[in-house]
Write a protein that binds this ligand. Structure first.
Ligand code: SF4
Length: 265
């Protein structure tokens, strides 16, 4: 069910962000595109049809308490079965293929599963269908420490500039800073799950998010890349300490169909 609702029911935070973007946009074409995106989200919600034809690869985040005990099969099997059923029942496009033969797996599995062990007996699952117009525009880099924060900012802004219209703007820009090669990408992806319009709990990261968003929105790419002020709806940053010899940075691009739905057991 989460696979279907994530694809068909835009979150209130996304609707609010698109409405705010429409008010801020100066280009008439950009304004018109934002109106159409809002209309598209309304139709998708009312008719229970996907917001976009690319219903994505299912990225699934599970936060599972250490006291939870699963019976009757593995978590991976259960997640894949849920994705299989959701994509079949919701008539969602199956977009997953073997990397060598490019043969479609036929049921949109396997899902990408990220498991985080937490305390207690809580089980939270989030399904985030990821379209690859935006995913293809994402990048990881290992900057030298001498690049400094200026180098980090430059990498993020230049990535959005190079992506241009390809990730279907207005985008959400997930940024990871620090950690290791794999962790920085994970931080960038998880940053996309934060509600739009929320503030970063770290004051320095919060300031950096605003600075980056304002620089990005001066690029002039605009809604759907046809020019305008609103290239991105938000920049979200996650960070952690890193090795003294490196400055890892990741940018995970998310399109205007910024989709994710959660449930807690
Ligand atoms: S990038 Fe997003 S909006 Fe664009 S085609 Fe893919 S899923 Fe759809």
């Amino acid at each position: 069910m989460l696979a279907i609702s994530a694809n068909t029911q835009a979150g209130e935070d996304l609707i609010d962000a698109l409405n705010k973007a429409k008010m801020m946009e100066v280009s008439p074409t950009g304004k018109d595109i934002l109106s159409r995106l809002l209309e598209n989200a309304d139709i998708a919600r009312e008719e229970n049809i996907p917001m976009c034809q690319d219903t994505g690869m299912a990225v699934v985040f599970v936060e599972m308490g250490q006291d939870v005990h699963l019976v009757g099969g593995t978590l991976k099997e259960a997640v894949d079965e849920g994705v299989r059923q959701g994509y079949a029942d919701g008539y969602l496009r199956k977009s997953v293929c073997h990397p060598f033969t490019r043969k479609n797996t036929g049921d949109n599995t396997p899902a990408v599963l990220h498991l985080e062990l937490t305390g207690g007996d809580r089980f939270k699952i989030t399904v985030a269908p990821k379209g690859f117009g935006a995913e293809n525009m994402s990048r990881v880099t290992m900057l030298p420490p001498s690049a400094g924060l200026e180098g980090v900012k430059d990498f993020v802004v230049q990535r959005v500039k190079a992506a241009g219209p390809n990730p279907c703007p207005p985008t959400v820009v997930g940024v990871g800073i620090g950690g290791t090669f794999e962790e920085v990408a994970m931080m960038a992806k998880k940053a996309l799950l934060r509600p739009l319009g929320s503030q970063n709990s770290d004051p320095e990261a919060n300031r950096l998010e605003k600075e980056l968003l304002s620089e990005i929105n001066r690029l002039g790419i605009g809604p759907q890349g046809l020019g305008g002020h609103v290239t991105s709806l938000a920049v979200h940053i996650n960070f952690m300490p890193t090795h003294i010899a490196s400055y890892p940075v990741a940018v995970n691009m998310q399109c205007h169909a910024s989709r994710h739905k959660s449930a807690e057991l």
